[in-house]
Write a protein that binds this ligand. Sequence first.
Ligand code: GRF
Length: 201
Amino acid sequence: MKIGVLISGRGSNMVSIATACAAPDFPAEVAVVVADTPAAAGLEKAAAMGVATAVVAPGEFADRGAFEDALANTLAGHGAEGVCLAGFMRILTGRFLDRFPGKVLNIHPSLLPAFPGLDVQQKALDHGVRFSGCTVHFVTEAMDAGPIIVQAAVPVLEADDADALAARILEQEHSVYPEAVRLFAEGRLRVVGRRVIVDTK
Ligand code: GRF
């Protein structure tokens, strides 16, 4: 399955997905990495891995709808059937999601439904939780609220600051996102209500 990866920044999750996809037996390949800003450091990392890149910047379009159309057209133009958001800092509306129904994934650095939104490692520390982690989920119009595909938990240590916790979570992100992409590309994920059922091979 060809997938497109959307990024806004450093792109470490994109690298973990592209690295997994480079293995001969992996059921997906990264067709294109698209950033919403030319400043995204991940663009160079993708190019260094031989992956096609594109920039679709919202400022170049009359409105959000035109931006989302261009984003979807760029992905489709590279043959992408699925889309992975990987540190993509924009909320996508139904206009985009309807172009890839049930085929857009996101990773979030908390154990959803706890701590949706931004600065979530600090929120986890402030709340005093003993465990946090990351969640790969299907994207719906409600932010960070779609059906959950995989999660990984990490302990929150008393000496942690947000950066230390983020680093511990990120290490898990780099293993669960490729795993979710594998299950997705193998066609093994079935959404039943809020739940994602993983079919055995
Ligand atoms: C990750 O923590 C991801 O969970 C969140 O944004 C961060 C992106 O990091 N959505 P990177 O660009 O993949 O390195």
